[in-house]
Design a binder for this molecule. Sequence first.
Ligand code: NI
Ligand code: MN
Length: 235
Amino acid sequence: MKRFEGIRVKYYGHAAFRLISPEGKVIFIDPWLSNPKSPGKDYDRVDLILITHGHGDHLGDTVETAKKTGALVVGIYEISVYLNSKGVQKVQGMNKGGSLDFDGIKVTMTDATHSSGIDEGGRILPSGEPAGFIITFENGFKVYHMGDTGLFGSLQFIAELYKPDLVLIPIGSLFTMGPEEAAYAINVLKPKYAIPMHWGTFPPLTGKPEKFMEKVMAYGVKTEVIVLNPGEEAE
Ligand code: NI
Ligand code: MN
């Protein structure tokens, strides 16, 4: 069944996703492809890599993936400078509220409430602020990757202005929203579809998809929750 209007969404575990546009453009978000649940580094072509923040579980295998594929890497300004210093040639910094056009795909950086810093050998390098992304595909379908976040006030603006169709939402708790907060966010955003992320990677992430689905249903919103296990793809 084609729910996502021609967009293919593959989950690599944790916060890592691959989106393929109807025109065949390949986008990775937070490619920590060596996470404990990952199906592996099965990429061939990658056109664009989006980074939500500087933590290692999101920056992940970005440098390696970018160097192997020649993909453009987009992140908040400070992260773009960092990646450039690591030898990644094609980088584009941006900031919250701004958008960029990538061959007809619009990428908008949103707020997120979390921290951001790059752990380099136990020393923390400042890396701007954490963010989320709204990706508007060629056909108008909108995917919102929330990044690592708790609840924040401008979620209401995001819901009203962008009306995302599919939300990729953290539910694991401890470092991000848990099922209860995530269900509240879904009730604000009211997307057609939601895919939980940032759960089950390691034992301290206690939030479970079943609990999230139960809480979403309790709000009576029509959002269809699609649970993907690492390695699974939906469209
Ligand atoms: Ni984080
Ligand atoms: Mn994280």
